[in-house]
Ligand binder design. Structure first.
Ligand code: M6R
Length: 595
């Protein structure tokens, strides 16, 4: 969700291609507008508009932009509609400063009014411009630049990262409050970005500033100061070892397909890590003693929390309340206390809804732990400890490998709580590989056959209910068709009336639920539905359903997890067949850092 990148060099350089390439690397975050600004010999050159990076870059010839300092920004509209004027970066009143942000300044409206009343030229509704004027306000009052930034930091409420430069100055300045920002130090240049992947092709020497710190970037050095007292804060430079391979498609046409195929490998790595993790034991002890145990998340991560709660009850006899993060605040936070434990689950570790729930739980003294993929994210820092999902970068907006690793983590924890031998779980990676091998062609064929439908259902029971919900979310997210996920037994309580000839209904069946699913299949089949069942081979299913997508034989606790793979592939193929880009579905963002 929005992304910023800044670059400082000591010679007048062709910055356009550097800025375009950085913007391309930030696109996975989701955006609707693109902008670039360069500063050269006291002049600011600003070009921006709505649209994709390549089209905006071509329209405004961004490649020709030169300078000693450059900023690029990708915007995902929150304050102000997507438009040229609301695109970032933004200038101050006189065009002496240029800046851009990612995240949200929640007192944007109030501040804009104050700035206009103070006589500043406010051109847009966007909160990125508000950040620029917040600094301008204190420059106008006679403060030195760093002090103006410190005071602006105090005025800007919300979660954001911000970069700003001045026409007659050889530096860029940046600070963050609640959003990610990484600084890179290269040979003859420095740079900054909302995230690490966009810096990797440029440098491996990085610094991770904290909230409440201001970074000044010269071409050959970086200085970090505290907002509170302006004193220098020492930061060690880290050498990053990850390769750019991780953020490239590795031969697949889309990141989503690559990430689906990475699932067996990341599952293997996760299981190794869990076996060696001292934190697992601590967490199990805390969870065992908990008066109430909550799994709190949003979207796909919530579906993992749901299946996790089924595993905990079925395997370890421990009841868990899985809850959507905003609903946790309303429904449970007022009643939680020191005896309760909350596990906050998030791929990004930056989902605002989840962080808000965390804050609400912590305020009441609840013990809070995390499960996140992005190490160094806010969730990993704000919880007592956070188990990593070990998936590497998940670029595609639809979550796939992070979901299966979340489910595996819960399954592993349930096994350990129940005192079961986790050796059984070591079969998971191979079972996933088999599932992909044996179901892929059939799934692609079915995708072609049902793709004309813009409405369908995905049903499951017990652990597979969460899988059905997850499959339906994937289908909705990247095919733009409506697919509702539901407990199979609920279908007869209303939705049954939607069934017409050929209407696709997908069932995900666990090995113990076959008789129940057979009833469900027949109930809709006699009314004309096309029934597709994802399950282990069973003659009863074969003789009742139109199609059976056969999963390899596995333990009853593992089977539901395997069931999600054909659903991921089905949604992928349908999306591509419809001509959409499954990696970057319209209107969506990978990291939802807003309320
Ligand atoms: O980063 P998080 O796991 O906290 O994100 C939560 C949801 O926004 C996310 O799972 C979303 O539902 C996915 N894009 C679905 O594929």
């Amino acid at each position: 969700m929005c992304g910023i990148f800044g670059y400082v060099t000591n010679k007048e350089d062709a910055l356009g291609p550097i800025l375009i390439a950085a913007a391309e690397r930030l696109t996975y975050r989701g955006y609707d507008s693109v902008g670039a600004a360069t500063i050269n010999d006291g002049k600011i050159d600003l070009r921006k508009d709505t649209g994709k990076v390549d089209s905006v870059a071509a329209k405004y010839n961004i490649a020709e932009m030169r300078g000693q300092r450059g900023i690029t920004q990708l915007r995902w509209a929150t304050f102000g509609e997507p438009s040229q004027i609301n695109s970032q970066p933004h200038l101050d009143s006189n065009g002496d400063m240029v800046g851009a942000h990612n995240g949200n300044v929640v007192n944007n409206v109030e501040l804009r009014e104050e700035f206009m009343a103070e006589g500043m030229t406010v051109r847009s509704q966007n909160d990125g411009e508000t950040c620029v004027h917040a600094v301008e306000r204190y420059i106008q009052r006679g403060y030195e630049f760093i002090d103006a930034i410190r005071l602006a930091y105090g005025d800007l409420q919300g979660d954001y990262a911000f970069v700003i430069g001045r026409a007659n100055d050889d530096k860029l300045y940046a600070f963050k409050k609640g959003s990610g920002m990484v600084i890179g130090i290269g040979d003859g240049f420095t740079c900054l970005s909302s995230d690490l992947p966009s810096l990797l092709p440029l440098t491996r020497e990085i610094i991770r500033p904290q909230d409440g710190e201001i970074v000044t970037l010269w071409a050959d050095r970086v200085e970090v100061r505290s907002v509170k007292d302006g004193k220098i804060v020492a930061h060690k430079t880290e050498t990053v070892t990850e390769t750019m391979d991780a953020v490239q498609k590795g031969g697949y046409p889309h990141f989503m397909l690559k990430e689906i195929h990475e699932q067996p490998q990341v599952a293997r790595e996760l299981l190794h890590l869990l076996d060696g993790s001292p934190e697992v034991e601590t967490l199990i002890e805390k969870m065992k003693k908990a008066r109430h145990l909550y799994f709190i998340a949003c979207g796909t991560s919530y579906h993992a929390a749901m299946i996790g709660s089924v595993y905990f009850a079925q395997l370890a006899g421990k009841p868990v309340i899985p809850v959507l993060a905003p609903q946790f605040i309303a429904q449970y936070a007022p009643a939680v206390g020191y005896e309760d434990v909350g596990i906050f689950v998030s791929q990004s570790g930056e989902t605002k809804d989840v962080l808000n729930a965390l804050e609400a739980g912590e305020k009441r003294g609840m013990a809070c732990y995390g499960l996140a993929n992005v190490i160094g994210s806010t969730l990993t820092k704000a919880t007592s400890f956070c188990l990593p999902l070990c998936c590497g970068y998940e670029i595609s907006v639809p979550a796939t490998k992070t979901f299966t690793n979340q489910v595996i983590t819960f399954l592993y924890l349930a096994y350990r709580m129940a005192g079961l031998d986790t050796k059984e779980l070591e079969k998971i990676p191979e079972l996933m590989e088999q599932t992909m091998e044996t179901t892929s062609a059939q799934v692609e064929k079915i995708a072609g056959e049902i793709n004309k439908w813009d409405d369908m259902y995905c049903l499951g029971y017990g652990a597979t209910c969460s899988i059905a919900l997850e499959g339906a979310l994937k289908l909705k997210e990247i095919t733009y068709a409506h697919c509702e996920g539901m407990l199979s037994t609920e279908f007869k309580h209303g939705p049954l009336s939607a069934v017409s000839k050929g209407f696709p209904i997908i069932f995900v069946a666990g090995p113990n639920d076959v008789p129940l699913i057979i009833s469900g299949v027949n109930e809709v089949k006699v009314r004309g539905a096309r029934t597709i069942v994802i399950a282990e081979d069973d003659s009863r299913l074969r003789s009742n359903a139109d199609d059976v997508i056969v999963l390899p034989k596995s333990d009853a606790s593992i089977a539901p997890l395997l069931g999600v793979l054909p659903l991921q592939m089905l949604s992928y193929h349908m999306s591509v067949m419809r001509g959409f880009d499954p990696d970057f579905p319209r209107n969506l963002s990978k990291t939802l850092t807003v309320d």
